[in-house]
Design a protein around this ligand. Structure first.
Ligand code: 2AM
Ligand code: CA
Length: 296
């Protein structure tokens, strides 16, 4: 049974600005924000965008370099971001969007509702493998993650979560994480961070790689977060991720009891590039205590 608020909010998708006025009036009357209709709308946008991405393999993909030869973007990344932003602005004019390709808003504070969007997380996989990439979307209210989505486009798997309501892979609820010691853990880590790098001492990372049960590297932070949430790997760490890489996946991982922080143990600011580590609570503590030594 739909609540009055849900019916009014749904109407707003159909009536555009008129519906928006109704929604604002309802908010002003002190009704609590109901995320159900936004959740359904976000899922429908993601599915439509996924269809467009899969179709792009038949129509052609133009690749260009951004900051370096290894930092790639395609016309599809840009088109998908513009598709989301057009729809979000049409239906939620007072929400802001932070997107990787720069078509969204310049977000310097997290007040209100912010959508963090990576239209294609794992662009290199998209280009080279034609799989193992995702649409990543997180919807935050005043800096708190409320809705999170990671859509594995080629597998057709949608990971989603609403704060306090559990995390799902399609219709299947994900189970709470189990604690694991390093010796019985599979760690998601890119080889770059085991080689000398400017962010963290690599010697303890070598020890981590030697002591853990195994390592994996999937090339999409959003998907690696879902692998942690689904218990396929026990931790994922990276020295440099952007808010749109992790915002959606963090809502999902939080719902199964994972801890996600920067490598110095603080909450992510979600306002710029940061170090990142996510794991079950005990392993997270062990990683920070024994294996991560940040350079000054
Ligand atoms: P992307 O594909 O959206 O660029 C690869 O290991 C992971 O790190 C991907 O999630 C990738 O996201 C992200 N990534 C790659 N280069 C990055 C950079 N310069 N800053 C932040 N994240 C980056
Ligand atoms: Ca991207």
């Amino acid at each position: 049974m739909f609540s009055v608020m849900e019916i009014m909010t749904e109407a707003f998708f159909v009536w555009g600005q008129t519906g928006y006025a109704i929604l604002k009036a309802a908010e002003l009357e002190g009704l609590e924000m109901n995320w159900g209709p936004i959740d359904r709308y976000a899922k429908s946008l993601i599915k439509e965008a996924g269809h467009h991405i899969r179709h792009s393999f038949f129509t052609g993909i133009e690749v260009s370099a951004k900051s370096s030869e290894n930092d790639l973007v395609t016309n599809i990344d840009k088109e998908i971001e513009q598709f989301f932003i057009r729809r979000i602005r049409q239906n939620f004019p007072d929400h802001r969007v932070m997107g990787e390709e720069g078509f969204g808003d310049t977000v310097e504070t997290l007040e209100g509702v912010v959508w963090f969007l990576d239209p294609i997380d794992g662009t290199m996989n998209f280009i080279h493998q034609k799989r193992n990439f995702a649409i990543s979307l997180g919807i935050y209210l005043d800096g708190v993650g409320v809705l999170g989505y990671v859509y594995d486009v080629m597998a057709g798997d949608l990971y989603s979560a609403e704060k306090g309501e559990g995390a799902y892979l399609n219709d299947i609820r994900l189970l709470p994480l189990k604690e694991t010691a390093v010796e019985e853990s599979v760690i998601g880590v890119n080889a770059s961070w085991v080689a000398p790098n400017r962010y963290a001492e690599h010697e303890p990372m070598i020890e981590l790689v030697n002591r853990c049960r195994g390592t994996r590297s999937y090339g999409s932070a959003a998907l690696e977060l879902t692998h942690v949430a689904a218990g396929r790997i026990d931790a994922y760490l990276s020295m440099r991720l952007s808010p749109w890489d992790v915002a959606g996946g963090m809502v999902i991982a939080n719902e199964v009891g994972a801890v996600a922080t920067t490598m110095d143990g603080s909450a992510l600011s979600l306002l710029g590039q940061e170090t990142f580590v996510v794991a079950n609570p005990g392993l997270h503590r062990q990683l920070l205590g024994e294996f991560i030594r940040l350079k000054k």
